[in-house]
Design a protein around this ligand. Structure first.
Ligand code: GAR
Length: 203
């Protein structure tokens, strides 16, 4: 298990469908400098697991005790992650886990944080809250992860309008399109930037 190449390693955490995971798997399948080395999920039924397996990417499933007791950390370390991407991952990570990967865990959230973030604010709940609040615009936020829901430093935001007749479905489709367009690019830029380029280049 693990990886010995000189590429930057991404580990994806996903809880559900995994359409963002799919975009990352596609983007980095034949990338010269970056690879997805594993997909971890808290949900054995997550379709994201099947998506990763189709790309030959190893998967791992864990439960709350495994996360709390450091077992997930143990399973993760052999993959030497340069970046952990929470792509539709719905659990809060314990402080000990976050502290093990300073500035190496990012999350994508389907609103313009700090609006419509926090516990219970995920997926359709976010879009319904945006519609209920009669917001004129919404969007996506890609941000670093700390030990609180949706509170880490922002990396990138992109906006889109909320149309008068929007339903949860139409709005979530518009926002998801933004996620798919920007997440792979932001991940690539982060990994290729100087800040993260600590690995010895290939000889
Ligand atoms: C995405 O919209 C993502 O932003 C959201 O869950 C969806 C997962 O879709 N994440 C959150 O709400 C986190 N608070 P996907 O499984 O198809 O990528």
């Amino acid at each position: 298990m693990g990886t010995s190449s000189n590429k930057k390693n991404i580990v994806i955490f996903a809880s559900g469908s995994g359409s963002n995971a799919q975009r990352l798997l596609e983007q980095f399948e034949h990338h010269p400098h970056i690879q997805v080395v594993a997909l971890f999920s808290n949900n054995p039924e997550a379709f994201a697991l099947q998506r990763a397996q189709k790309f030959g990417v190893p998967t791992a499933v864990f439960d709350r005790p495994m996360l709390r007791e450091g077992k997930v950390l143990e399973l993760l370390l052999p993959y030497k992650p340069d970046l952990i991407v929470l792509a539709g991952f719905l659990w809060l990570l314990p402080a000990s886990f976050v502290q093990a990967f300073p500035d190496k865990i990012i999350n994508i959230h389907p609103s313009l944080l700090p609006k419509f973030g926090g516990k219970g604010m995920h997926g359709q709940h976010v879009h319904q809250a945006v519609i209920d609040a009669k917001e004129a615009e919404t969007g996506i936020t890609i941000h670093y992860v700390n030990e609180h829901y949706d509170e880490g430093a922002p990396i990138y935001q992109e906006r889109c309008p909320v149309e008068p007749n929007d339903t949860c479905e139409t709005l979530s489709a518009r926002v998801l399109t933004l996620e798919h367009r920007h997440l792979p690019r932001v991940v690539e830029e982060l990994l290729l930037s100087e800040k993260n380029s600590s690995k010895t280049p290939a000889a």
